[in-house]
Design a protein around this ligand. Structure first.
Ligand code: NAP
Length: 310
């Protein structure tokens, strides 16, 4: 019997219990799925969310793996009580949702949709946006989400630049890597989308110096993590017009405090960390598949490289 602890918020249990049981049933394994346990040493696998009840993994002495429900793992990579393999969530539903959110917000800025939504005042605005082929957009981070967004934007005909830590080749995307690559990208991109994980190497990546290198009037779309951007530097760049708009889904403190200047800033759109979400049906299949793999001695999918931090 395999013992699985669902270590996430009670609200998650409500949406996950049935799909997770279905996905586990499909593996044919004999399992016991519980929400809490008085015998942590009996637990084989933890299905884990950072907002759930487990922070100390020490009592789970027989755990084989911790299977994360979130794509972002910055809250757990530094946890020294975790000594077994950690996987993060790569879920087709999460990816699809991110492509839709990024696509929508990119098109908003590209087409200048606000001119008309906010301009229902009798003035005949005859602005014609350039074609996507003449608009350069950059996607920083070319992992599961960044790659899918870059590919979708390329399919819409945007001139897409991409940036990652290691060298990459993606059809329809001009890929750069390393510090030099970032400078080159930022100097060209009129819309920059940040889909990087939060690590020591990415914190405050968009700082005053880098924001100043971008074409005047560029837009930023950040569904990655709040600390990727130096907030004070961004607010200054917005005030001077260096950056014309920032659409921000993630923040250093969430929920974003009511008195934060982003809320009232006319050139900022705040969305409440809803760019995309792990979907219970598809992500349950990912969790079940990893348990099946672990039981049969196959390599786990989506292992976190704890040294790299993602
Ligand atoms: P991923 O597959 O791990 O990809 C991360 C990408 O970032 C990789 O391309 C990686 O480069 C690149 N990268 C990491 N450190 C870098 C550095 N120092 N310099 C340059 N590139 C670097 O992650 P993912 O699944 O695409 O998710 C990305 C992030 O999105 C998550 O970490 C999370 O923070 C965020 N997210 C947000 C939401 C939301 O609703 N707002 C939802 C899900 C996820 P390599 O390819 O060279 O390794």
């Amino acid at each position: 019997m395999i013992n699985i602890l669902f270590a996430a918020k009670p609200a998650n249990w409500v949406s996950y219990e049935a799909p997770l049981r279905r996905a586990l049933d499909d593996t044919g394994l004999a399992y016991n799925l519980c929400r809490e346990t008085t015998a942590p040493a009996s637990i084989d696998y933890l299905v884990y969310a950072p907002t759930g009840p487990v922070n100390d993994f020490t009592p789970f002495t027989n755990a084989k793996a911790v299977l994360g429900l979130w794509a972002g793992v910055e809250g757990i990579t530094g946890n020294e009580t975790l000594t077994v393999p950690l996987t993060r969530m790569v879920d087709e539903g999460l990816t699809e949702g991110m492509v839709e959110w990024v696509g929508g917000h990119t098109l908003r800025h590209h087409l200048g949709i606000d001119r008309h939504i906010l301009g229902q005042d009798g003035e005949w605005r005859d602005y014609v946006p350039p074609l996507a082929r003449d608009r350069t957009v950059a996607v920083l981070g070319l992992g599961e989400l960044g790659r899918a967004c870059a590919t979708a934007l390329s399919a819409l005909n945007f001139n897409v630049l991409g940036w990652s830590r290691r060298e990459k080749s993606i059809k329809g995307v001009t890929c750069h890597f390393g510090d030099d690559g970032l400078e080159q990208i930022l100097s060209q991109a009129e819309i920059v989308i940040t889909l990087l994980p939060l690590t020591a190497g990415t914190e405050n990546l968009l700082n005053a110096q880098r924001l100043s290198k971008m074409p005047r009037g560029a837009c930023i779309i950040n569904p990655g993590r709040g600390p990727l951007i130096d907030d004070d530097a961004l607010l200054k760049a917005l005030d001077t017009g260096q950056i014309s708009h920032a659409t921000l889904d993630v923040f250093r403190v969430e929920p974003l405090p009511k008195d934060h200047p982003y809320w009232a800033h006319p050139q900022v759109t705040v969305t409440p960390h809803i760019a995309s979400e792990t979907r219970p049906a598809s992500s349950s299949r990912v969790i079940a598949e990893n348990i099946r793999r672990s039981v049969s001695g196959e390599p786990l999918l989506h292992l976190v490289d704890r040294k790299a931090g993602y």
